[in-house]
Design a protein around this ligand. Structure first.
Ligand code: ADP
Ligand code: MG
Length: 408
């Protein structure tokens, strides 16, 4: 363990030195990091558990606990030398659990417990409590998890995304397809439609609809399940891709690097089966190497370059604060369109049986799973460290629980 801790310290030191900013807090940061940081990896609490919520409410976003992945992340942090790592659910007792465990740093691996914009609830709570965390801020998390709002953002950044129409539940639904705006939006698109929740995950409740006249019934169905607005999008009949993008501080082959800009990696093609229009949910079929194909610069150079450019533009333009995975689909001519940016991409540790869309492409970058976890952590540390002494103090220095706080 001691050797691992020293390695970690050296790796982070290397990264921060490359930032070219030997801030006075560096020594404090490095010496206290693995010893004094009490980390909680937070997963989605179950609203049905006793004492989890005051009153059960609707889940417009299909709920999942993500506890297994939270434990994978916690295991990796332990491998990297962190001595104090807890795994906690984000139900209404989270603030008290954080205090009881004297947590001073969190890793958010949750889509929330229930309610609207659930993915932003945990970051909002952590903001209010004053605990630094890995994850997007509440507004960005909510934006990314609301496909319609995010697509408007893409349009304003001139990043290609398929035309879409949002069907709000309080609109007279039967009129939407004959609406003039609907017709003009899809006039040049003749391959059918996709109807999907504005806030969804893992292809759940995503439907291909061939003819406009059948849209209304599918929209009604998706609305009944999600109790939320529903998106109608032009169907893109081409290939499907994913690419990951995160901040510039990256661990590769056990060494910290500072990239000149956001780090884009793990470009893969999601292999669609015959007649598989919608990539089958990972809830139904695990992600395996048979379902993905790593894209290679030699043979797929053109598409890799375009995906990388797209991912960089999203990261810088939004702007993002930590790792996302872009889902991208091609039209019949091979033009690429962003479907979504996943604010909390699956970070399951690869096993003999399955992997995640991000980890499927990691080895080509000389990165192990621990390198990925370290990269996400170190990039956040470098951001907090970079010119924000107040956060640094909170993060690594004077932020500890007094006895008075603990006994109150
Ligand atoms: N406009 C579209 N054209 C073609 N396929 C789509 C379209 N939108 C979604 N899909 C399919 O549905 C899957 C899930 O859609 P996505 O927008 O990524 O939502 P989520 O992953 O949150 O369920 C995609 O991976 C893709 O296979
Ligand atoms: Mg997706």
């Amino acid at each position: 363990m001691a050797v691992r801790q020293r390695n970690f310290r050296m790796r982070l030191e290397g990264a921060v030195a490359l930032q070219g900013d030997p801030a006075p807090h560096l020594d404090l940061l490095l010496s206290q990091l693995t010893r004094s940081l009490r980390v909680a990896v937070v997963y989605g609490g179950n609203k049905r558990g006793e004492g989890a919520v005051l009153r059960e409410a609707q889940n417009p976003r299909s709920w999942k606990s993500y506890e297994t992945v939270a434990r994978n992340i916690a295991g990796s942090l332990t491998n990297l030398g962190f001595t104090d790592v807890a795994v906690l659910p984000d139900d209404m007792r989270l603030a008290e659990s954080l205090r009881a465990n004297r947590i001073n740093f969190a890793w958010v691996n949750s889509g929330g417990v229930q309610g609207r914009s659930a993915i932003s609830h945990t970051p909002a709570l952590l903001e209010m409590l004053g605990i630094p965390y890995i994850g997007h801020d509440p507004l960005t998390a909510g934006l990314l998890d609301s496909k319609h709002h995010f697509k408007r953002q893409l349009q304003s950044l001139n990043i290609a995304t398929a035309p879409f129409f949002v069907w709000h539940p309080n609109e007279p639904r039967s009129n939407a397809v004959s609406d003039r705006r609907f017709k003009s939006l899809f006039a040049k698109w003749s391959n059918g439609f996709v109807v999907k929740p504005v806030t969804g995950r893992a292809s759940l409740h995503v439907h291909f609809v061939e003819r406009a006249k059948d849209i209304a019934a599918t929209v009604r169905h998706v609305h009944d399940v999600t109790q939320n607005s529903v998106m109608v999008e032009a169907y893109l009949p081409g290939r499907e891709y994913c690419i990951a993008v995160c901040g510039p501080v990256v661990a590769q082959q056990q060494k910290m690097q500072l990239m000149p800009g956001p780090f884009v990696f793990s470009a893969i093609e999601r292999k669609l089966g015959k007649n598989e229009r919608i990539f089958t949910s990972m809830d139904l079929k695990p992600i395996t190497t048979a379902r993905t194909r790593a894209l290679l610069a030699d043979t797929d150079g053109d598409v890799v370059g375009r995906l990388e450019e797209m991912a960089r533009s999203v990261y810088i333009g939004t702007p993002l604060q930590t790792l996302v995975r872009l889902d991208v689909r091609a039209d019949h001519k091979g033009e690429l369109f962003v479907l979504e940016a996943n604010p909390k991409p699956d970070l399951a540790a690869p096993s003999a049986k399955s992997t995640s869309l991000i980890c499927a492409g990691l080895s080509r970058y000389g990165m192990s799973y621990d390198d990925l976890i370290l990269s996400v952590f170190a990039d956040k540390a470098a951001t907090l460290f970079d010119g924000r002494p107040h956060s640094v103090e909170n993060f690594f220095g004077s932020f500890h629980y007094s006895d008075a706080e603990m006994s109150s």
